[in-house]
Design a protein around this ligand. Structure first.
Ligand SMILES: Cc1ncc(COP(=O)(O)O)c(C=O)c1O
Length: 289
């Protein structure tokens, strides 16, 4: 099990991997990133993640290094780590500048790739289901730092997670609402509810990240006859009274939720629709790795 870092165009020992204090990612969170995992040692949905990285960068007018350079760094770092399964973070910052906010004052983009052992929730959590807490910290407005952009500025989500853990230390994930009052997404995950056998998930317009896993679940539901509605409003009570719920993210895959704000959801166990989608998603990942 090892940690490997790619920085400045080459592999770099993790204990000395450092960016300059004038890096805009460090100073302002002026960066974009992706997190993805492996299955059978291969990166899962790499192409989707690189596309989203490009979309995020475009929205921030941030120039990415050429794709082949990113792919080379990705493959070199993964190979060097030699972990059975890994988790990868690809970061591109706007590079070095002074302490001037002006984005045109920056140099070349800086690419960093970090690979570490996959980690992720323990298997028991998939059996038992996770606890989530709906927090008062509001998801960013799409007119501010658009949640559709996966930028390095995660302070809002950090605050959400802090609030959730202060309230209930056992909580796995914080759920943020949009300014409209609609449930939006988790601090690092998308959210689905199941009501009367049908899936509901906040629509992209609510102001959320277009999660790679979320997209796969929507496609799997549609291909397998599970009705799914992307809703423009889901109240906190809609979530608290759902029959089932689950989180999706690249590192967690599909993680059942069995408690919201300290109260059991449905019968307090991962539900049938959730378990079916967990299986379908596992099969999809297995088939492509
Ligand atoms: C805010 C947020 N929403 C959703 C997700 C899930 O996205 P994906 O399925 O692409 O990992 C993440 C992942 O980190 C996230 O940070």
């Amino acid at each position: 099990m090892s940690i490997r870092v790619h920085l400045g165009g080459r592999l770099c020992p993790p204990d000395i991997a450092a960016v300059p204090v004038f890096d805009r990612g460090f100073l302002f969170g002026d960066s974009v990133y992706e997190t993805l995992g492996t299955s059978n040692g291969r990166l899962v949905f790499l192409d989707d993640h690189l596309h989203r990285l490009a979309r995020s960068a475009e929205r921030l007018y941030l120039k990415l290094p050429p794709r082949d350079e990113i792919e080379r760094a990705v493959q070199e770092t993964l190979a060097a780590a030699e972990n059975p399964e890994s988790r990868m973070r690809i970061v591109v910052t706007r590079g070095d500048g002074g302490v001037d906010l002006d984005p045109t004052a920056s140099g070349q983009p800086r690419l960093v790739v970090i690979v570490q052992p996959l980690g992720g929730p323990p298997p028991e959590l998939y059996e038992k289901g996770a606890e989530v807490e709906i927090v008062s910290v509001t998801r960013n407005s799409p007119r501010a730092i658009d949640p559709a952009v996966k930028s390095g500025n995660y302070l809002n989500n950090v605050l959400a997670m802090g609030e959730a853990r202060r309230r209930r230390p056992s909580v796995h994930e914080a759920i943020l609402c949009a300014a409209s009052g609609s449930v939006a997404e988790g601090a690092t995950s998308n959210l689905f509810a199941v009501v009367a056998g049908q899936l509901r998930t906040p629509a992209l317009e609510v102001g959320i990240l277009d999660g790679v896993t979320r997209g796969k679940i929507l496609a799997l539901a549609s291909a397998n006859g599970i009705a799914c509605h992307e809703v423009s409003f889901m109240s906190p009570d809609d979530l608290r009274h759902a029959d089932e719920a689950f989180l999706t993210s690249s590192v967690r895959s599909v993680l059942p939720v069995t408690r919201v704000d300290g109260l059991a959801l449905g019968d307090g166990k991962p539900g049938a629709v959730t378990r079916r989608l967990m299986l379908l998603y596992r099969q999809l990942v297995e088939a492509q790795t």
